[in-house]
Design a protein around this ligand. Structure first.
Ligand code: SF4
Length: 351
């Protein structure tokens, strides 16, 4: 009698191969290559039950059924923006919910996924921070977000880029994140290119170092947002533990594949981070690194204490960087009218 069934989407293909191998002695039909087939069914054919896995013998399917279940998530509701972005509120099994945002671009589509319900980092400009940390997402919840969103989209809207910029600090949930990345990039799994996946951190330095040593070379983005320790600490408490000097040092040592750069996200906040003096200091701060800067004009939020920069100031800031040969796209914040833009994801009651 099997007392507990495992959520199979929390298992990497390697985990599953080992399970098949271990059980092979008792059941000759269980061969480790079956793990590849199961993965194929789960992630490429999107099977929702073991019965659908027709090239796997019935005995094996029954064994799988006895030991595992296939999890899925449901959309609680969604909000569509005028610009085509859609914010999905996705219900977790324990009643909590998270948000994922579909972001259409001219030539490709991006999904912004959450790694935690809530967040513990306390960034002062961020609505998610006001929820506090509720809990980490497990690997299946991270990847099921993508399934759930894709299922809701019309056929032609394929996702090209995955960005971990939704709720949570991905590096606070490091092991589950890495397991999800393994499934996402597995050739028998989702088969996404690691080049199309970006993980954004507020600057947890030990984890940035560790991430640089991983075999999955996803892109690294760092939320910078301030050019002095005073301003950055005000906006991001993480700066007290890992100040700018330490952050830049770790970034300068981060191993990058050829033609890759670290993305620094920089929020433009009126009269706090948007002056030309800040632009100048930004160039000085990042000198010597391989980087680009995403400029994100702050989105005013209800009850927020900061103000959006004027469009002219944002453009002047960008021009200053471009004039100094810095790659610095000015992100026109998508989904602003649905609170789906950067720093605006929040679910539940905010105290
Ligand atoms: S900006 Fe990111 S790291 Fe900071 S509180 Fe919000 S979700 Fe957490």
């Amino acid at each position: 009698m099997i007392s507990k069934r495992y959520n199979i989407k929390n298992w990497t293909r390697q985990n599953l191969r080992e399970w098949f191998k271990k059980n092979e002695k008792n059941h000759s039909s269980l061969k480790s290559f079956r793990a590849d087939q199961v993965f194929n069914w789960l992630y490429q054919k999107r099977a929702e039950s073991f019965d659908q896995m027709l090239n796997i013998g019935q005995g094996t399917r029954e064994m799988l059924e006895d030991h595992f279940y296939i999890s899925s998530l449901k959309v609680a509701d969604n909000l569509k923006s005028r610009d085509g972005s859609i914010k999905f509120r996705i219900l977790l099994d324990d009643g909590n919910s998270i948000e994922s945002v579909f972001l259409p671009h001219k030539n490709h589509n991006t999904i912004c996924v959450s790694s935690q319900a809530g967040c513990a980092m306390g960034c002062d400009f961020c609505m998610t921070a006001k929820m506090g940390l509720i809990r980490n997402l497990d690997p299946s919840e991270i990847i099921n977000q993508i399934f759930t969103v894709v299922k809701e989209l019309p056929e032609e809207k394929k996702i090209r880029n995955i960005v971990f910029m939704g709720m949570g600090e991905p590096f606070h949930n490091y092991n589950n994140l890495m397991q999800a990345l393994e499934i996402l990039t597995d050739e028998h799994g989702f088969n996404y290119s690691h080049r199309r996946i970006t993980v954004s951190t507020s600057g947890l330095l030990p984890k940035i170092r560790r991430f640089g040593l991983e075999k999955i070379k996803a892109n690294l983005a760092v939320s910078l947002n301030g050019v002095t320790d005073e301003v950055r600490t005000k906006l991001m408490p993480v700066n007290k533990a890992y100040n700018l000097e330490k952050l830049i040092k770790v970034c300068s040592e981060f191993p990058l594949e050829s033609r890759k750069r670290i993305t620094f996200e920089y929020i433009l906040i009126r009269d706090l981070t948007d002056s030309l003096q800040d632009a100048k200091s930004l160039i000085r701060l990042l000198h010597g690194l391989k980087f680009k800067i995403n400029l994100i004009p702050y989105n005013s939020t209800p009850g927020g204490k900061y103000n959006a920069p004027s469009p002219e100031q944002s453009r002047m800031f960008q021009k200053y960087l471009l004039d100094h040969q810095i790659i610095a796209p000015l992100r026109i914040s998508k989904g602003q009218d649905i609170q789906g833009a950067c720093g605006q994801l929040v679910v539940g009651n905010i105290q």
